[in-house]
Ligand binder design. Sequence first.
Ligand SMILES: Cc1cc2nc3c(=O)[nH]c(=O)nc-3n(C[C@H](O)[C@H](O)[C@H](O)COP(=O)(O)O)c2cc1C
Length: 368
Amino acid sequence: MNNLFEPFSIKNIEIRNRFIRSATYDGFADNSYVSDGQIKLFSDLAEGGVGLIITGIAYVHHTGQVSPFQNSIAGDEFISGFKKLINIVHERGAKIAIQLFHGGREAKYVKTKNALPLAPSFIEKDPYYKGAYRDMTDDEIWEVIHAFGDGAKRAKEAGFDAIQVHGAHAYLLSQFLSPYTNRRKDQWGGNLQNRLRLHYEIYKDIRKKVGENYPVFIKIGVEDGFRGGLEFIEGKQSAKLLANLGFDCLEISQGLRGERYKGTEFRANINCLDKEAYYLNWCREIKSQIDIPIMMVGGLRTLSLMKEIVQNGEADLVSLCRPLICEPDLINNWKTNEQKKAKCISCNKCVDLIYKGRPINCIQTTKK
Ligand SMILES: Cc1cc2nc3c(=O)[nH]c(=O)nc-3n(C[C@H](O)[C@H](O)[C@H](O)COP(=O)(O)O)c2cc1C
């Protein structure tokens, strides 16, 4: 029987249980370096029983930065801060992976003067994104690919147990995969194979730089939030192709945001069992067709439901974000009281804070 509280191995890492802290941008970085606030946050999470913590988005290239309070792995100077963070987590028995990221057209902190954010294609009069940006050249695409590989190499040197490539939500890899945002006529656009070429080349560059035994994961958006975007049939096919390519674990999420299923990967008001596990159908279908471990994320709140999901073979690992912002010690609490309800009410006030440029916090824990 698959037990959530028993160890689970992926490649050469053994995670003490099947609970993952899903990648969470925390708005705490200090000029792109690890800050004391992050040391405290990660220490609490590791102390609180999570098996594997995935950091928030860490940009691999300066053109991919979306926030001034975001971490970077775009240079060797960032390695020592991460070493400190990793040690704190390891001392408390958890594992830690870094999420490698490029924001594509959503990058707002392009440091070169007058430079525009980069995207596969510029879409005129796009109802889903209003900012200014431009098409990438072939050379720029290769520069970003190598930046992912270099970021992975630094992550390994820092001591991260694994890396996760961010291939979901509204960012660069999703922008390439979506037929809506990728209108290119060259080898990077058109059919699915071409729209996935960026993912392939990033994987190959990473693998070349970290070796065969290092765990390389991807969070993959398998459907966009609007018609005309990526449909699940292609998203599922992409997941299979990436598993065959060599990724060691997939976390299943959505692609570009939009009005379908209320648009975002963090749905609000998860207040009954029916609203939980909102990517369950995608996970089940993908899991039935591939052999590598699958992480389920999205509205997981009730322990008995998570147990059922893993026991039914619909996912191997359960990944949580908002409930752990609210209660970093939730996993230890569940260990002693399986009936305990997660306090998170998915009000998304934590999301409002990060959009205002403030660090994450939870009103459930700060209100008197
Ligand atoms: C405050 C906040 C920050 C997030 N930051 C990231 C991130 O850096 N990378 C990522 O892939 N997803 C990010 N997400 C999405 C979560 O990882 C997760 O996919 C989503 O919130 C659904 O899970 P949940 O219902 O457990 O919150 C973030 C979500 C929230 C609420």
